[in-house]
Ligand binder design. Structure first.
Ligand code: C2E
Ligand code: CA
Ligand code: CA
Length: 615
């Protein structure tokens, strides 16, 4: 018994293979057509569609003539296989599958778009229909439907899709470096994690941009960032965010930081190799205009899925690791581990405490004397101390970089300048001309009002600038000799002494020293430490001292801890010394009282504790 229940009324008696594709007047003459059917066929014709029919008894597909790209196509009745042979080979299986799914009743309709290659151009056909008769077992006996040229819609669709893809691509690209941006990175990570690969994720953060933007302008900063991204790309592979292939992916994470998703299967070994490559790639400075600018990368790393299986979690932990990598004294590459979280929390609290204490000058100042070859005091260095209730004393090695990051160093530096000037004034009042050295951070050096502040501190305390010695590390010179030199010259002209601190630890050659108006060079503790045991360390000091002599700069050996070191350095001809052997840093008041109690006489160090002379 034929099942024709879902056949629209008016189509039930459609005669086989009428000529719907014929001109409209022919439609009226279609044999066996009643008014309803005629209207239906006219409507089909008007919409550019035609009719097809298939019957199981002869397994023939009969397609009424139809229009394709304005041309009338007439196909002979043929079995579906023969029809398939006329289609684009890629579409045959698609059509077969759609037909199968419909026959099995999993889809109410049979609907498929497929290509019919035509001379000159491939056209898209859209077939839509359904089985209209089944036997008692449910087997299809007859199917009926429409056929229509869909080429124009397909092409419009395709160009829309291409446009959408392009828009999507642009929205996921960082405009400056043309690398995938953060949203593309997060998406990519999600897909990598879903694919259940193990892999490593790194953050490459470039320190020092803020200074560069401030000193050279944002345009130079942007150019530098582009150049930096190219150097990174030379180390990290450039996979595409759209593909989960075996490549690395480099993306721009945020302002000055990049992320590298290493290839599937990567782990600690690959991270170390990549980090080494990146550090080597950044060892040479960048040429931006006439400037040579240096950047140093801090690198954090996490491993997936060990450290997390969600992108947000991984990225947060990566931030923690990179934050830790930036801390002084740490390796530039840091892998995430849970212990770092406590460090980060501690730092967050310290940051807010420091802000409050910078405002109200919650710092203490200590002084560490310097001596000449006879062990007699020739001055002192002022060092800042930060006592906190929550964490006890925090080392300047930790809080000075924090202050720089928070933009508080100017304010804190001013407190130090005034403390130094007041100490020098007290020594002067006690009849001793003992200069006080104060450390200046590179950031302070670039602040516009620095000379004004220094002069004001001297004026308030009633001292001449020669009683203040300004200590600067080589890192102050990193922002560019051409920026720093005029500032130093001006300070020198105003009468301040200038000392180059931690000499020998910086990257730069000795040659630049010639052009800078330093009065003193402080030889870093690391050279002094080994001189007793290591003959070579002693030999390295000789040329340094000779250089200072040639340049007319006085030398100070830092970190002298033993009498033997003092002796060895004296034999080499070092004129000035500082270190625990003579005195530890002591509260400024204690030092001032010491000077006052000497009543103008020289102060010999180390101080002999009361009673020990007799022992
Ligand atoms: P620095 O300028 O090189 O100061 C010398 C550091 O070496 C001081 O550490 C001092 O306590 C320590 N030291 C002195 N003699 C010896 C010795 O014989 N053996 C050993 N092992 N160490 C010795 P401190 O006070 O922790 O300061 C560390 C650094 O923090 C300073 O290094 C300086 O760069 C910075 N700093 C301290 N106070 C200030 C400040 O007021 N302003 C700025 N910008 N930086 C400061
Ligand atoms: Ca110093
Ligand atoms: Ca030093």
């Amino acid at each position: 018994m034929p099942l024709a229940t879902d056949l629209p009324s008016g189509l039930q008696d459609v005669p086989r293979a009428t000529s719907t594709g014929a001109p409209v007047e022919n439609l009226r003459c279609a044999p066996g057509a009643d008014a309803g059917e005629l209207r239906l066929r006219q409507a089909l014709w008007a919409s550019g569609a035609s009719v097809w029919e298939w019957r199981s008894d002869d397994n023939l597909l009969v397609i009424d003539p139809f229009e394709l790209g304005g041309e009338r196509i007439e196909l002979p009745a043929m079995n579906p296989r023969a029809f398939g042979e006329r289609l684009h080979p890629d579409d045959v299986e698609v059509a077969r599958q759609a037909w199968r799914v419909h026959l099995q009743g999993r889809r109410p309709d049979f609907e498929v778009s497929m290509r019919l290659p035509q001379p000159g151009r491939t056209r898209w056909l859209h077939l839509h229909g359904r089985v209209v008769e089944r036997d008692a077992q449910g087997r299809a006996l007859r199917a009926l439907g429409t056929i229509k040229d869909r080429t124009a819609e397909r092409e419009a669709d395709r160009s829309m899709q291409a446009m959408a893809r392009e828009l999507e691509r642009v929205a996921r690209l960082d405009g400056l470096t043309e690398l995938p941006n953060r949203s593309a990175l997060e998406d990519y990570l999600t897909r990598r994690l879903c694919a259940s690969h193990s892999f490593a994720l790194m953050q490459l953060d470039l320190d020092g941009f803020k200074d560069i933007n401030e000193s050279y302008g944002h345009e130079a900063g942007d150019r530098l960032l582009r150049a930096a991204s190219q150097r990174l790309a030379s180390v990290v592979g450039l996979g595409e965010p759209g593909r989960l292939d075996g490549k690395d992916l480099l993306a721009r994470w945020s302002g000055t930081s990049f992320a590298a998703v290493l290839a599937p299967g990567s782990g600690e070994t690959e991270v170390r190799a990549t980090a080494q490559g990146v550090i080597a790639a950044f060892s040479a400075p960048f040429a931006v205009g006439e400037h040579a600018l240096s950047l140093s990368p801090s690198i954090g790393a996490v491993l997936a899925p060990r450290d997390g299986s969600h992108p947000v979690e991984l990225l947060r932990k990566l931030d923690v690791a990179t934050c830790a990598a930036r801390e002084p004294g740490r390796n530039r590459l840091t892998f995430y581990d849970a212990g770092l979280e406590d460090d980060v929390q501690r730092r967050v609290r310290l940051f807010s405490l420091l802000r409050a204490d910078a405002e109200r000058n919650g710092f203490a100042f200590v002084a560490q004397p310097k001596v000449d070859r006879d062990g007699l005091a020739v001055g002192a260095e002022l060092l800042m101390r930060w006592p906190t209730e929550a964490f006890g004393p925090v080392s300047p090695v930790e809080f000075i970089p924090m202050a720089e990051k928070l933009g508080l160093i100017g304010l804190m530096g001013r407190h130090a300048l005034h403390a130094a000037a007041r100490l020098a004034a007290r020594c002067q009042a006690a009849g001793q001309s003992l200069p006080v050295a104060v450390n200046l951070s590179p950031k302070q050096l670039l602040q516009p009002g620095l000379d004004g502040q220094l002069l004001l501190a001297c004026e308030r305390a009633g001292i001449v600038p020669a009683l203040l010695e300004l200590e600067l590390t080589e890192s102050a010179l990193l922002v560019g000799i051409e920026v720093v030199t005029p500032v130093l010259r001006r300070l020198r002209q105003q009468g301040f002494s200038l000392a180059l601190d931690d000499f020998g630890t910086g990257y730069s050659s000795l040659g630049y020293l010639r052009h800078l108006p330093f009065t003193k060079v402080k030889i870093d503790r690391s050279f002094v430490m080994d001189i007793e045991r290591d003959e070579r360390a002693l030999r390295m000091l000789e040329p340094m001292l000779r250089l200072c002599e040639v340049l007319g700069m006085s030398a100070v050996a830092e970190g002298v801890e033993t009498a033997a070191q003092f002796e060895a350095l004296r034999r080499l001809g070092v004129p000035e010394f500082q270190g625990y052997h003579f005195a530890r840093p002591i509260p400024v008041d204690d030092w001032a009282r010491q000077v006052e109690s000497a009543q103008g006489r020289p102060i010999a160090l180390p101080l002999v504790p009361p009673g020990s002379a007799a022992a």
